[in-house]
Design a protein around this ligand. Structure first.
Ligand code: SAT
Ligand code: MN
Length: 602
C-alpha cells in the first residue's frame, strides 16, 4: 500500500476500483501518487518491456519515444459515442448509443481485459490545485504509458486525492487497451453518471481521458447544467508596451495553427508586445461576479502535433519539448534525437515512426503526420504568470478562426454576443491533405466543437446565447482567417508572429477603440487600422484581405442556413434570424465607417 492508497478513505472510489478489478481481473493494482520516484519507476519498467525507448539524454534529457500500434494513431470519431437514454439529447452531430446497448456491447470487452496487466488508478485534477473551478477525475487504466502521460497533462496523484477527500463527485474514466483491435474499439461517454469507458486504443484523446472525453465532452454537459462553458479554445494574454495584458480565448478546428497562436512570439517590428500562454487547447469559461467571463485552462501540459513544429513556426513549443517530454510516433535520428517533417532536410540514417529504416525514395513521411509530443506546460518560456491562478483570467475577446482560401476576411468583429454565437456556429475550415487525404473540402465545425460537444448542438448554441445574456461585460467576438490565398494560390497574409498585428486590433476593439467599417457581416478594420509598417504586404493586398464580397457572402448565408437546419429542431430560432438579417444587409449593400462599439469596457 503506497501513500496515495493510504490517504484514500474514499468509499465511493475504493468500491468502484474493487468492482472494476473484480471484472477486468488485473494481476495487480497500483495507485498513482504522482511522485517523481513513481514516474521514474514506471519509465524504467516501460524501457524494459519496450513500451518506451530512450532518446538522446544529452540533447533531450528526460525524453522518451513511444510507438503506438500502427492501426491506433489518432482519435477515432466514428467509434466515439455519447450514451444518453434519449437520443435527442445526444443530437444529430454525435454518435449515439443507449446506455443499455453500451452495457450489452461495450462493457463485456472489459471482462478479463486486464489479465496479466497492472491496473493503474490515476487520480487527477483538471484546473489549478487551489481553484474552486477545478474538477476531479479518476482514470483506471491498464497502460503505464497513459499513467505517465496523465502526469504531464494533468495535476496527477496525491493532489487530486486530497482535493477529492471523501466526496463521490468525480468523473469515472475506465480505460483498457483491450486487444487494440479497431473492431473492438469504443469510446463511450455517459454524461448522466459522469462516466467514460474507453477500450481498444492507447492513443491520445482516446486514452488520455482527461482531455477531450472529460474536459470537453463530459464537462460541456456539466457546464450546460451549471451555467458555464467548456470550450475547445486556447487562452492567451496579449501584453502591450505599457504592460497592460488583455486575455483572449480562441477556437480553431485542427490544422489552423492553434498551438502556434497560443505560443506566438512577436516579431522584432512589434517590440514591446508579449504573448503569454495560458492554454493551448481547452478553456473552462465562467461568468464572474463582476459580469465578465473568466477562464481557466484545465490542463497541465501540451499534447501537440510534432510535424511542422520548428524554430521558425513555434520556438516556444520547441523550447517546451527540449526535456521531460514523451514523443509518440515521431522518427529518430542516428544519434537518437526525435525528428519529424518540418525540421529541414531529412538526415541520413533516420528510423521511421514504425521503427523501420526510413526510405526517403518512397515519398512517405518518416514521422506519422499525427505524431505528438506530451510536454509540461510550465516548460513553455511564455507560460503565463496566471497559469496557476485559482480565479483564472478575465476574457476580453473570443476569436473563432478557420482555414478559408477565399471569401472570409483576415479579421472581422461580430456586432454583439448573439451575432458572435452565429459567427462561432458558422465556423468552417478547408481540410488539409495531412488530415484527410483530400484538400480544400469545406468542413463546418461549429465553435470547433463538432467532435467534442457532449450534447445536442442546438441546446449547446442555446446555452451560449443564455450565458451571454447573463454577462454584464461580455467579451467581444471576432473571426480570423490567416489562410486567404491569391491567384497563384500564394498566402496573402504572412501569418505566424505577424498575426500579432491582428491581435492588436482585436485588443483595441475589445477596449472600445480601434478603427472599423461596419459591413453587412460585421465590423472590419479600416484600411489603416492594422499596423503594416515593416511588412511586405501591399496596400492592395490588405484591401483584398479585408474585402467583403457581397455575392459570395450571400451564397455563404444560404449554405450556413442549410447547415443550421441540419442541427435539428432545438436550434435557436434567433440564429436563423441573425443569418437572415445578414442577408438583408448584404442585399441592401451597406458599408459605412463605424464608431467604436458602444458599451464595451476593457
Ligand atoms: O488525440 S487528441 O484528441 O488528444 C488531440 C486531437 O486529436 O485533437
Ligand atoms: Mn484540440
Amino acid at each position: 500500500m503506497n501513500a496515495a492508497e493510504k490517504i484514500t478513505r474514499n468509499r465511493a472510489l475504493a468500491s468502484w476500483v474493487e468492482e472494476v478489478a473484480r471484472y477486468a481481473k488485473p494481476e495487480r493494482i497500483h495507485w498513482c501518487d504522482g511522485s517523481e520516484a513513481e514516474n521514474e519507476h514506471l519509465i524504467e519498467q516501460m524501457l524494459a518491456d519496450g513500451t518506451l525507448e530512450e532518446l538522446n539524454q544529452k540533447t533531450h534529457p528526460g525524453c522518451y519515444l513511444h510507438r503506438s500500434h500502427p492501426s491506433d494513431v489518432a482519435r477515432t470519431e466514428h467509434l466515439t459515442f455519447i450514451c444518453t437514454e434519449n437520443q435527442a439529447d445526444t443530437g444529430p452531430t454525435n454518435n449515439w448509443m443507449s446506455p443499455a446497448d453500451a452495457r450489452a456491447k461495450v462493457w463485456p470487452l472489459f471482462d478479463g481485459a486486464m489479465k496479466g496487466r497492472t491496473l493503474y488508478v490515476v487520480p487527477y485534477l483538471m484546473g489549478p490545485a487551489s481553484s474552486p473551478f477545478s474538477k476531479v477525475g479518476i482514470e483506471i487504466t491498464d497502460s503505464a504509458y497513459v499513467a505517465v502521460n496523465m502526469r504531464i497533462m494533468t495535476r496527477m496523484g496525491q493532489v487530486a486525492l486530497e482535493r477529492l477527500g471523501d466526496s463521490a463527485d468525480f468523473v469515472k474514466g475506465l480505460h483498457s487497451l483491450g486487444d487494440l483491435s479497431p473492431e473492438r474499439r469504443f469510446i463511450c461517454h455517459f454524461p448522466q453518471s459522469k462516466e467514460i469507458w474507453s477500450v481498444g486504443s492507447g492513443y491520445g484523446g482516446n486514452a488520455l481521458l482527461s482531455k477531450k472525453c472529460f474536459a470537453l465532452r463530459i464537462a460541456s454537459t456539466q457546464a450546460r447544467d451549471e451555467g458555464w462553458l467548456a470550450e475547445h479554445m486556447l487562452i492567451l494574454g496579449c501584453e502591450d508596451p505599457q504592460g497592460k495584458t488583455t486575455y483572449i480565448a480562441a477556437a480553431f478546428p485542427s490544422a489552423c495553427g492553434k498551438t502556434n497562436l497560443a505560443m506566438l512570439i512577436p516579431p522584432l517590428s512589434q517590440a514591446g508586445y508579449k504573448v503569454w500562454t495560458v492554454g493551448d487547447d481547452i478553456a473552462w469559461l465562467r461568468p464572474g461576479p463582476d459580469g465578465r467571463l473568466w477562464a481557466i485552462n484545465p490542463e497541465n501540459g501540451f499534447f501537440g502535433v510534432a510535424p511542422g513544429t520548428n524554430n521558425e513556426t513555434n520556438p516556444n513549443a520547441m523550447a517546451s519539448i527540449g526535456k521531460n517530454t514523451i514523443f509518440t510516433n515521431v522518427a529518430v535520428t542516428k544519434d537518437r534525437q526525435p525528428w519529424w517533417e518540418g525540421l529541414g532536410q531529412a538526415p541520413e540514417g533516420l528510423t521511421d515512426w514504425r521503427g523501420n529504416p526510413h526510405d526517403a525514395s518512397k515519398g512517405e513521411p518518416a514521422a506519422h503526420p499525427n505524431s505528438r509530443f506530451t510536454a509540461p506546460a510550465t516548460q513553455c518560456p511564455g507560460i503565463s504568470p496566471k497559469f496557476d491562478d485559482p480565479q483564472g483570467v478575465p476574457i476580453s475577446a473570443i476569436i473563432f478562426g478557420g482555414r478559408r482560401a477565399s471569401l472570409v476576411p483576415l479579421v472581422y468583429q461580430a456586432f454583439d454576443w448573439a451575432h458572435g454565437v452565429l459567427v462561432g456556429a458558422m465556423l468552417s475550415s478547408e481540410t488539409t491533405a495531412a488530415a484527410t487525404g483530400k484538400t480544400g473540402v469545406l468542413r463546418r465545425d461549429p465553435m470547433a466543437m463538432l467532435p467534442f460537444c457532449g450534447y445536442n448542438a442546438g441546446d449547446y448554441l442555446n446555452h451560449w446565447l443564455r450565458v451571454g445574456k447573463g454577462l454584464k461585460h461580455p467579451p467581444a467576438i471576432f473571426n480570423v482567417n490567416w489562410f486567404r490565398r491569391g491567384p497563384a494560390r500564394e498566402f496573402l497574409w504572412p501569418g505566424y508572429g505577424e498575426n500579432l498585428r491582428v491581435l492588436r486590433w482585436i485588443v483595441e476593439r475589445a477596449a472600445g477603440a480601434g478603427k472599423a467599417v461596419e459591413t453587412p457581416i460585421g465590423y472590419v478594420p479600416t484600411a489603416d487600422a492594422i499596423d503594416t509598417r515593416g511588412l511586405d504586404v501591399a496596400a492592395t493586398t490588405m484591401q483584398e484581405l479585408l474585402h467583403i464580397d457581397a455575392e459570395g457572402w450571400t451564397a455563404e448565408t444560404r449554405d450556413i442556413e442549410e447547415y443550421l437546419h441540419k442541427l435539428g429542431e432545438r436550434l435557436p430560432a434567433e440564429l436563423l434570424q441573425q443569418v437572415q438579417r445578414i442577408r438583408q444587409r448584404l442585399l441592401a449593400g451597406s458599408a459605412r465607417p463605424a464608431a467604436s462599439v458602444a458599451g464595451r469596457t476593457a
